[in-house]
Design a protein around this ligand. Structure first.
Ligand SMILES: [Fe+2]
Ligand SMILES: [Fe+2]
Length: 304
């Protein structure tokens, strides 16, 4: 197993994170933990699912009856290193608990159904570990321009938004064809709510980070961005309101709330949020990326 892992690690690092064989096509990260007993750093290839600025990994051990060693290690020492592609960052590993674990596991299985099979093979409840990026004190340590990070993060939200719209269409299609009272199956409704929740939570965190950390610093460093930053803040408030309306509509799916209001209403809620958000991301990137990119090497809290 060790030899096998060594080969994968070698291939990963030589190949900008791409690995063939059994791992071909599934997103793979290298996770380095500190041995709980040995105190030595150990690297393991792990499958992962991105979750905004966080990374989710499952201690599946391919469905074996015991946890993988890296899981025991991170319980003893949660400071870990994560390599994805050519990027490497420090992170704090936090195993999700209770309902949050179940919600995140469902999310992982949607992205990588194989984990559902692993869960079926063992009586262990497969732990889901959230890897939170550690915020280094200096941008120089990040090795990457901040503006490009913003673009990448927006890319993730854009992708999630597209999936959310697909899920809404799937729900409406199901609602139209389901036998009975024009009510979609609870499973489809639940999936839609989960999708919306994870997207909305991530978006809320991102905008709060911008409002409270990134924007005040940008304002100080680049007084010329004053008006743009004010507009972006106002847009955050609009997005927040639309997001609340959508979540409220989705919250009443089971009682027929959004159903009674009609499919057009639900579709309109999503489309309004989508077009506001797309325009917001475009404007924000246009206004802030040049300034953010010029900041590499300056002590600066990470914009989240
Ligand atoms: Fe924003
Ligand atoms: Fe943003």
């Amino acid at each position: 197993m060790t030899d096998f892992n060594e080969k994968i690690i070698e291939e990963f690092r030589a190949n900008a994170g791409k690995v063939g064989g059994p791992f071909e096509g599934s997103p793979l990260a290298l996770l380095t933990t500190v041995g709980a007993r040995s105190g030595r750093r150990r690297t393991s290839p792990v499958g992962y699912v991105p979750d905004g600025d966080r990374v989710l990994v499952v201690a599946s051990n391919a469905g074996a009856p015991h946890h993988p060693a890296w899981y025991h290690n991170l319980l003893a020492n949660p400071q870990v290193t994560v390599e994805i592609g050519t990027e490497s960052h420090e992170a704090t590993a936090v195993p999700a608990q209770g309902e949050e674990r179940d919600r995140l596991f469902a999310r992982v299985v949607r992205a990588a159904p194989g984990y559902g099979d692993y869960q079926a093979m063992t009586s262990r409840i497969l732990p889901v570990v959230v890897l939170h990026r550690t915020h280094p004190a200096s941008a120089a340590a990040w090795g990457r321009a901040l503006g490009e990070e913003l673009r990448e993060l927006h890319g993730w939200f854009r992708q999630e938004l597209a999936t959310l719209r697909d899920d809404v269409e799937a729900y409406l299609g199901d609602q139209a064809t389901a036998p009975g009272a024009g009510r979609a199956t609870p499973q489809v409704a639940r999936q839609l709510r989960e999708r919306c929740l994870s997207f909305c939570e991530g978006l809320g965190r991102h905008h709060t980070g911008e409002d409270t950390v990134a924007f005040p610093h940008l304002k100080e460093r680049f007084p010329e961005l004053d008006q743009a930053l004010d507009r972006l803040r106002r847009e955050h408030a609009v997005v927040e309101r639309l997001r609340g309306e959508l979540q409220a509509a989705l919250g009443t799916l089971d009682t027929g709330g959004a159903g009674q209001q009609g499919p057009d209403r639900l579709r309109a809620d999503v489309e309004r949020l989508a077009s506001e958000l797309e325009a917001h991301f475009d404007y924000e990137e246009e206004q802030l990326i040049p300034a953010l990119n010029s900041l590499t090497g300056v002590p600066w809290p990470r914009p989240r």
